[in-house]
Design a protein around this ligand. Structure first.
Ligand code: CTP
Ligand code: MG
Length: 240
């Protein structure tokens, strides 16, 4: 494990998206899931994970729902306003996190970035991510199982060999300062960054892939919500 013994580990949870693909007026993180909301399910899991010290939740500027949740007022959570893209939201969160820590300590702190829209993440997978992390960071991921096609105008150009292809999941774990600098540089260059690892890759680093469970789905379409409810139930059954 590359995390030094005195390194602190923080969680940053981007939740400033509007859930366009889900549709509807209520952003997907506030939809009902297993008796509470997606956001509460995700956060209560992370809050129960002992190695995490500070939590940053990034929400949209006009988010009227977040302050209404009891969990938003947990003393360990710092609420920050996000930006137009996920990368900008994460950078805003990192900047606020850095400012809230003593500058000297921030140098050796690590941050775990996890989508608010992934409520089924297993704490055992987070433990595995930390245990297997390399010095350039690590992400949970899963090998692609479908056959993959490259196409233009819905006509197939080629079949892409999937042996080397993985789906990137979250959490993604990186040194706080390195991730902050990589994201800042990517945004300044207007690079297309869809996860934290791609910002690190862009500056020449090679984060590790750590095999995660595929029930760690990102709620994106309306069919994902009943699926997430099913996975949560199944995980509860496994635990007993
Ligand atoms: N996110 C964010 N800031 C943005 C965009 C996304 O913090 N400007 C967050 C989302 O709230 C979500 C996570 O990043 O928790 C993953 O993004 P995604 O699943 O794409 O969520 P949305 O952007 O809300 O959905 P859509 O792309 O369908 O609009
Ligand atoms: Mg999005």
């Amino acid at each position: 494990m590359p995390l030094p013994n005195d390194a602190r580990l923080h969680a940053l949870i981007p939740a400033a998206g509007s859930g366009e693909r889900m549709g509807g007026s209520l952003p997907k993180q506030y939809l009902t899931l297993a008796g509470s909301t997606v956001a509460e399910q995700t956060l209560s899991r992370l809050l129960s994970f002992a190695p995490l010290s500070q939590f940053v939740v990034v929400t949209a500027e006009a988010d009227l729902w977040w302050p209404q949740l009891d969990i938003a007022h947990d003393q360990r959570i710092l609420s920050v306003v996000g930006g137009a893209t996920r990368a900008q939201s994460v950078l805003n969160g990192l900047a606020a996190l850095k400012a809230s820590l003593k500058e000297s300590a921030a140098e050796q702190d690590w941050v775990l970035v996890h989508d608010m829209a992934r409520p089924c993440v297993r704490l055992t997978d987070i433990e595995k991510l930390i245990a297997e992390c390399g010095p350039e960071g690590a992400i949970l991921a899963a090998p692609i199982t479908d056959t993959v096609k490259r196409a233009v105008n819905e006509r197939i150009l080629a079949t892409v060999p999937r042996q080397q292809l993985w789906r990137a999941l979250t959490p993604q774990l990186f040194p706080l300062k390195a991730l902050h600098d990589a994201l800042q540089s990517a945004l300044a260059a207007e690079a297309d960054i869809t996860d934290e690892a791609s910002a690190m890759e862009r500056v020449g680093l090679q984060p590790k892939l750590v095999l995660g469970h595929t029930d760690n789905i990102k709620i994106t379409l309306s069919t994902d919500l009943p699926l997430a409810a099913f996975y949560l139930q199944q995980q509860q059954r496994e635990a007993h």
